[in-house]
Ligand binder design. Sequence first.
Ligand SMILES: Nc1ncnc2c1ncn2[C@@H]1O[C@H](COP(=O)(O)OP(=O)(O)OP(=O)(O)O)[C@@H](O)[C@H]1O
Length: 621
Amino acid sequence: MADESRLPVPRNMETNLKDRACRVDRQLSFARDEFLRSGEPLPTLVRGPIQASWARAVRLGLSPTMTRPAYVHCPAGSSRLLRVAGPVLARLAGELSREPVSVVMADSHGRVQQRVCGDGALVRAMDVVFLASGFSAAEDQVGTNGIGTTLEAGVATLVTGHEHFTDELGAFSSGGALIHHPVSRVLIGAVECTVLDRRANTLLMAFASSTAQRIEAQLLEDTSAHERALFCDYLSACRSTPGAVLALNADVVMINRRSQQLFDAADQAALLQRAGDVAGSRSTDTIVVDLPSGLVARMEYRPSYRNADLAGGVVRVHVQQGPERTSHPSAPDVGTSPAALPGLVGMSPIWRRVGQDVSEVRSRGEAVILEGESGVGKVTLARAVHELHSPAGHLRVLDPPAPSDLGWWLESAAAELTEGGGTLVLRDGHRWPIEVVSGLAKLLLAQGADRACPTGSWVVLTLSDIQRNPLVDAVLVPCFSRSIVVPPLRHHIEDLERLVPTLLRRIVGDDSLRLSPAALRRLMLLPWAGNIGELHQVLHGIVRYRRAGVIATSDLPPKCLATARRQLTLMEELQRDAVLESLARHGGNKQAAAEDLGVSRATIYRRIREYGIPLASPIRV
Ligand SMILES: Nc1ncnc2c1ncn2[C@@H]1O[C@H](COP(=O)(O)OP(=O)(O)OP(=O)(O)O)[C@@H](O)[C@H]1O
């Protein structure tokens, strides 16, 4: 029998098909322009999933003209998905070597991990629109497209021609399919088949789906081997250790009976969280953890391998110290650390160490840079060290100057430097204008403040370790002999137990308001990107509603109820808050929240899991 796909298409039929496809694409182009102008989709011309995707792009403020998306270099073998799917994609590359079609695979965040394509023209066209390894194809970066929209909608999606949100992608059509972990069914990526053709072609989706299935089958084989290797290491640790043992990787967690006997549920959760933080590491590590119950535990982490691949990690846990601290809300905030830095709260080893380092630098009179994220307590630390060493001395904190105050600011700095005997804190140097940076560098060099300070004035410059100012790095940093990093709150989260009562007392003025142990445990799970400053703001917000009694978990603001395991980007925080607010509006109904946000129920569940949004807790806005 003749192969029908090879039969010639009659000429006039081919022309009719082409005409029809061009007409449909012109209509789509018109509908997209109308949508961008009026914000109203034309439902008869635009399919529902595409309308929802356009609406999301507009909500995120994306431009219909493509800008360079985020880029993260992903070397070969750098992720498990890449390593396992590699052979599948290599086989496909062979099969497709003469076809004008490409296969693109991305991780669950939409970052392109690999692209295979044997057609030179298509490769060049994809390079122009950044559809290449390392670049993000997430919907929040490039709008509607085969990968991003499939991930966002949580279902296989076809995007053709002007259904793409950006003009530049309008020449392509692509079908995307999801890749799930074959055991846990967690979403781990997406695969897209792309052609340089505006005409819809559902075969693209079928091809993408079958590629995703091939990758999942390969993952299943790999998973069993990894988990067997991890299990062997776990058993051998259990046999050689009488104490608690945990083993984990991204998919499984094993915990022995001894762990359950030694630790209560909150301590186990804290141990697992800490273990999760180190579990991706290839080197052994030992960390000391203050647990919510007051126990102090030492965790010894050892990576577990299958051949050269990391299969997970095994952690042996030893209890170092029994509960010793009071959880009474009025734990004193002065003199609590052995270094006895006045007004400085925190007993964790890392916090005491930084206090000691700054204090030693002050003893030698050396000018110092305190570097760290916003709100970590750089100025508070400088103030405390000043109080300890020269309580009668004079302390001046100079905030970044307003443009009209540059002259005044430099004069004040010069006066402080010459007066001597006190402390000058120059705050947030990364935000200073050029005149101040160079003016201050001259002053410091002239005053001899580059090394031990002859005048006795102790100079402290605070800098962000994230927002760098190249001029400050080049001109001002060399004027200081020491630089000390002040750790983010998440690195000494155990100090929260003392910080919260202190900050509440500062805000309310007495001890009438305290935090319940459950609410404290919840706060200890948060990443605190804005650090102690953010904690202060959150407590301030709560005090507006409750001025006395006990703050329960339900009194915490929605963002504190979500517990993502990693630091979220600004965009992710916006997405998390949108889900939280929508769930609150719809009484926790996920279907209604999904419809409200124009995403699938699967996406809502994925976000809930990824951003740690609690399902059982009451959510209020
Ligand atoms: N160890 C601490 N003990 C008590 N309060 C603290 C501590 N660290 C910080 N705070 C409080 O947290 C808030 C932020 O601290 P601070 O202004 O010192 O941070 P910073 O790192 O200098 O901030 P920025 O980077 O924004 O200049 C202040 O309200 C401060 O009182």
